[in-house]
Design a protein around this ligand. Structure first.
Ligand code: TMP
Length: 207
């Protein structure tokens, strides 16, 4: 089973990845947790460029760097771990490119879907969770944080990314298991909703 967490920066998804991993391990599942961009040496090096380089990056270069990191991550980590029987939880996957570069950078949802089609065909997540707090919550969380290159784009950019996610989810209605969760609920409430959905999937939807 392949599970991804999505959301704009500061949505609290990384906390939820860890909580889900712990809960599933407690009930006896083999779980592998990973993140994008990242997961291999090459992908982490690309992450470093994407988040910390102090030179503007062309929007399409940004897309291909995220995709290059994704290809390494998918072929070397995600697919092998799924084949070994792990539940794989990834903090972000191709839906991030669709929302950030498609929505945030304005390159278009459909174009980003097309560029990501090789990943969509090979490993569409069984379940994706979109953690969606109010933008004012995100703004507050960003106040005391050292910001990376993408976070520095600010709240207007994040609003466009959020719209990208909402458009994407609307376009996937009845096609994919994409669950939106109110990110202003407590950490515990969100983790309970997530765990219940995963347990339902494991009992009912699988296969
Ligand atoms: P994070 O994993 O710590 O959230 O940082 C990754 C950053 O990169 C975050 O700002 C979202 C952004 N991102 C994209 O813009 N496109 C992508 O395809 C991915 C995976 C991440």
């Amino acid at each position: 089973m392949f599970i991804t967490f999505e959301g704009i920066d500061g949505s609290g998804k990384s906390t939820q990845c860890q909580l889900l991993k712990d809960s599933l391990e407690d009930i006896g599942y083999k779980v592998f947790m990973t993140r994008e961009p990242g997961g291999t040496k090459i992908a982490e090096a690309i992450r470093n460029i994407l988040l910390h380089i102090d030179e503007p990056i062309e929007a399409m270069t940004e897309v291909f760097l995220y995709c290059a990191a994704r290809n390494e991550h998918l072929e070397k980590i995600i697919l092998p771990k799924l084949a070994e029987g792990y539940i794989v939880i990834s903090d972000r996957f191709f839906d991030s490119t669709i929302a950030y570069q498609g929505g945030g950078r304005g390159l278009g949802i459909d174009k980003m879907k097309e560029i990501n089609s090789i990943f969509i065909e090979k490993a569409t997540p069984d379940l994706a969770f979109f953690i969606d707090p109010d933008l004012s919550t995100i703004e507050k969380r960003m106040e005391n944080k050292e910001l990376d290159r993408i976070e520095k784009e600010g709240i207007e950019f994040m609003a466009k990314v959020r719209k990208g996610y909402l458009d994407l989810i609307e376009s996937q209605k009845n096609i994919r298991n994409f669950m939106t969760i109110d990110g202003d609920l407590s950490i515990k409430e969100i983790s309970e909703i997530v765990l219940k959905r995963v347990e339902d999937f494991l009992e009912n939807d699988r296969g």
